[in-house]
Each structure stands twice: as structure tokens, then as C-alpha cells.
Design a protein around this ligand. Structure first.
Ligand code: ATR
Length: 486
């Protein structure tokens, strides 16, 4: 079930929020601690004004709430509210209020017995959840904060241990996020979400995202799980690419962002969740290689990094789709013969540059690497057997011999360096193909300069999509429904 936390300042505002999200939610939680004090007398009217079951909650600051007045007033307000016939009331684990409990029982209101830990996953969580309910009618609720991949794994083992126990259990924050989406198969009574731009707790998404992006209602124990591992990871657009693709081909699968600080710890969780495939992003593209099935894929071996994992019988097969993703827009515009005869320059010598040099050489091009730290350019050039220079006057002069295609792979041009161009000293002639792998902003200063000179330009957005389409094929064996649409 999806429970929408009502974070409005007035009852009317909350009614509006409910009507906006009505078709996406199963029940609501009136977070009465968000209300203006003068609105409190209307709390008991809410259940009669809506056609969804409601939870009544006055949260204290220690549990992530905003009710800062007297505890006796809070109990009185809870009691007044209960007169309205709420389906559920949220009472804290440490609250001693027998009269309120009695009133709830008489009114047929189910007590959710809750506790929150914003710092950790407590060691005694299993026993605590088991001992929290004061009668068999109460539903225990624990919201805890995993802060590492090891914590996330612990949380999954707790879900397993409590299989069959009626409970609400969720992990907050980036590490806990998947538990909010997988609450059905993991066995949590409900998941919480918040209106857009009004999050009631760390990691809440809005009901539209839950339903339309993650297809929450369709997720069962049989749903295949995919995802992306990275750190940070919550900003990535990969869940949009893959979940839209799954929906488009009607596949019972979901793709989630997994915040990962230790690959070894995460892989234990991947076993528990029976994850079928993963995208890999910074900083794990190199560290993942020792875990891969041997022999290594040719691209992974040559590039030295891997961005795609596919579950095999006993291990993980690793593939690198960054290289073909990079080439995709070029092959869409130019023939292999046209490209094969070109000379290319790559600005930067990091992880992305490695995949790109490999791709350019595979396409038959001669390559020059230019990098601020010249020793790194040299190292890469020795590995790939290509030309190199520093990002100085000498390097810019050399660039004129390799300027059929100029590829920008550094972070210069993205926030906070949006107004910078790593080859500011170079004058475009108009005949270069300019390619920047940055996708925000879509047009960097480097690309603007090239465009002004009349060069064809390519941005990083298409590369991002194309590497995703390739992953999608590897994950599902089918073409992404938007493959080729840019
Ligand atoms: P990625 O995996 O995205 O390629 P990376 O491995 O951290 O990221 O590499 C970043 C690249 O951007 C490097 O080539 C780096 O140059 P240095 O090797 O000299 O550090 C380059 N880079 C970052 N900031 C830069 C700047 N201000 N000017 C020029 N190059 C810069």
C-alpha cells in the first residue's frame, strides 16, 4: 500500500493534496504536526471529508516531526482527533498513554506502534520490532537510517528474519531508498511518500514517481530487480531510461538506484534481492573488475573499466557500453569509412577518456591525448599506443594535427566551471567535429565555440542514452522502445 504523508499547513490544503494524488495512493497519514495550531480543531473532521483510510500522527522532533508544545497537549489533541474515526493512529514505542489506547480500541482505530532512528540501524531491531506491539492488533513500525552498504545488507536480513510478521519497516536516506520501492516484496505493510517538493522524511518520493516511474503497484516477489550502483547515485537519470523501457516492453522488472560504498557488502544484498543486472557508475567502474567472470570481455579488459553487470550462473559478466554509446551518434551521422580515416584528439585522461580512446581506435582513428597533468596523458598514451601532450601551448599546437574530431572528457564546462573551456587557446576552423561528453549543460562553452565556427557538434546526452539502450539490450535481450529516438 502507498501512504501519502499530508504535509499541508491547513486541512483544506491537505484535501487538495489528496484530490491531486487520489488515484496514486491507498491511504494518507495526517501529519498534524505540520498544521497551523488553529487548524487542529478541524483534525477530527478529516476522515469524514475523504474516501481514503487515514493515519493520525503528531510527530515529535526526536522522531522527525514538528510538534514542540507540551506533551499533555499532544495527548489531548490525539484524543480529540481520534473522535473523528481515524482508521489508524501512530503512537510512539516509548509513549505511555493507556487512556488513548483504550479510546483507540473503542473507536476501532488500529495503533501503529512506531520508532525512528535517524542515525543507524539498531543492532536489536528484530527483537525490538517483535516486542513493540502491546496487543496483537497493533502494527509495529520502524524507520531506520542505513549509512553504508553493510547497513543496507543488515536491513535486508532483518526483512528476511521478520518474513510473515505484520510490520512497517523502511530504510531512510539514500542507502535505504530501495526498501521504500520494494516494500511489497520485502513484506512491509505500507510505504510512505510525500507530495512533490514537500518531503516529510529523508528518501520520500512523490506518489506519481512511485506509480509511474517505479510502477510500485506491479512490484511483487516475482518482479526482476535491476539497478545502478554508485556513490553518489540518487541524481542519476538511469532509472528513468530503464524503467520507461521495462514499461514499454511490458516486462515485469524494476530498476533502482543503489547507493554503494563497498562493492563486496553490496554484492551480498544483490544475492538476497536476486538482482539480474546492474549499471555501474563512479566510483566503482574500476573496482568492480576483480569480481567479474573470467575471461573478461574484450572492451572491459582493454578499457580497464566496466559499466554493466549481467547476472550469470555463478558470477557477474561485465561489459562496457560507454564505448559503443560514445560512438553511436557518430555512426548515426558518418559512415565507418568516413570515421576510419580521421584523426582525433581527446581532452582529458580520466576514466571516461579511456573508454573513448578505445572506441576511437576500434573505429580505426589515430588518437592524440591532451591532459592538464601531462604525466597522465603520457601514461594513457603508452597504454593505448597513441600520441600525447600536456594541455599547454605545445599541446594546443599539436592539436591541429589531430583535429578532425575533438572530444572533451574533463569536468571543465560543467558546474561550477560552466563558463570555462579546457582548450580556450584553440581557434576552431569550422571543419572539426566537436564532441563534449558533459550532458548538463547540454551545450558547454567548448561546444558553443565550435558551433560559432560552424563545426558539427555532439553533446553527452545522446551518449548517455545510447549506453543505456545497449545496457537495456544486455539486460532484457530486447531493444529499448526508444532506441534511436533523440
Ligand atoms: P572521469 O572518470 O569522468 O573521466 P576523472 O577520472 O576524475 O573523471 O578525470 C577527470 C579528468 O578531468 C582528468 O583528465 C583531469 O585532469 P588531471 O588529470 O590533470 O586532473 C581533468 N580535469 C579536471 N579538472 C580540470 C581542470 N580544471 N582543467 C583541466 N582538466 C581538468
Amino acid at each position: 500500500m502507498i501512504c501519502l504523508a499530508l504535509t499541508g499547513k491547513t486541512i483544506d490544503e491537505n484535501i487538495e493534496i489528496i484530490s491531486k494524488y487520489k488515484k496514486y495512493i491507498d491511504l494518507v497519514e495526517l501529519r498534524a504536526d505540520f498544521l497551523h495550531p488553529e487548524e487542529r480543531e478541524k483534525v477530527s473532521l478529516l476522515p469524514g471529508m475523504i474516501d481514503k483510510p487515514a493515519i493520525l500522527t503528531y510527530r515529535l522532533p526526536k522522531d522527525g516531526g514538528f510538534f514542540t508544545e507540551d506533551e499533555s497537549l499532544r495527548l489531548e489533541l490525539l484524543s480529540q482527533g481520534l473522535e473523528g474515526g481515524f482508521e489508524y493512529v501512530d503512537l510512539e514505542e516509548d509513549l505511555e498513554a493507556p487512556e488513548l489506547e483504550l479510546q483507540a480500541t473503542e473507536k476501532g482505530t488500529t495503533i501503529i506502534r512506531s520508532f525512528h532512528d535517524f542515525d543507524k540501524v539498531p543492532e536489536d531491531l528484530i527483537q525490538r520490532i517483535q516486542s513493540m506491539p502491546r496487543s496483537d492488533k497493533e502494527i509495529p513500525k520502524a524507520a531506520v537510517m542505513p549509512t553504508s552498504s553493510a547497513d543496507f545488507h543488515t536491513l535486508l536480513t532483518i526483512f528476511k528474519a521478520l518474513k510473515g510478521t505484520k510490520k512497517i519497516l523502511l530504510g531512510m536516506g539514500a542507502y535505504g531508498f530501495p526498501t521504500r520501492i520494494l516494500s511489497n516484496p520485502l513484506g512491509s505493510y505500507l510505504t510512505y511518500c510525500s507530495p512533490e517538493n514537500a518531503s516529510a522524511a529523508p528518501g520520500h518520493v512523490d506518489p506519481v514517481t512511485l506509480n509511474e516511474l517505479y510502477r510500485f503497484k506491479n512490484i511483487t516477489k516475482g518482479t526482476a530487480i535491476y539497478g545502478i550502483i554508485g556513490n553518489p547515485v540518487m541524481h542519476t537519470k538511469s532509472p528513468v531510461i530503464h524503467n520507461k523501457g521495462f514499461a514499454g516492453i511490458n516486462l515485469d522488472a524494476v530498476y533502482l538506484p543503489f547507493q554503494v560504498d563497498s562493492i563486496e557488502d553490496f554484492m551480498k544484498s544483490a544475492e538476497i534481492l536476486n538482482i539480474q543486472g546492474l549499471s555501474v557508475t563512479i566510483p566503482h567502474k574500476v573496482d568492480i573488475i576483480p569480481l567479474l567472470e573470467k575471461p573478461l570481455d574484450k572492451g572491459v579488459e582493454a578499457i580497464g573499466s566496466c559499466n554493466t553487470l549481467i547476472k550469470s550462473a555463478s558470477s557477474w559478466k561485465g561489459v562496457n557500453t560507454d564505448a559503443p554509446g560514445f560512438m553511436w551518434p557518430l555512426y548515426k551521422t558518418f559512415s565507418p569509412e568516413q570515421l576510419g580515416s580521421k584523426k582525433a584528439a581527446v581532452i582529458g585522461a580520466g576514466g571516461a577518456a579511456r573508454a573513448i580512446i578505445f572506441a576511437l581506435q576500434e573505429a580505426g582513428m589515430e588518437v592524440l591525448v591532451l591532459n592538464r597533468t601531462a604525466s597522465k596523458a603520457k601514461e594513457l598514451a603508452e597504454y593505448f599506443n597513441c600520441a600525447w601532450a600536456g594541455l599547454d601551448d605545445d599541446g594546443i599546437a599539436k592539436l591541429s594535427d589531430y583535429n578532425d574530431i575533438i572530444v572533451q572528457t574533463t569536468s571543465v564546462g560543467m558546474h561550477p566551471m560552466e563558463d570555462k573551456n579546457p582548450i580556450a587557446g584553440y581557434e576552431f576552423t569550422g571543419s572539426e567535429i566537436a564532441y563534449d561528453i558533459i550532458y548538463v549543460p547540454e551545450e558547454t562553452v567548448f561546444l558553443k565555440k565550435a558551433k560559432e565556427a560552424g563545426c558539427p557538434i555532439f553533446g553527452g546526452k545522446v551518449m548517455l542514452l545510447a549506453q543505456g539502450w545497449d545496457q537495456f539490450r544486455l539486460f532484457t535481450g530486447k531493444a529499448h522502445p526508444q532506441e534511436g529516438v533523440v
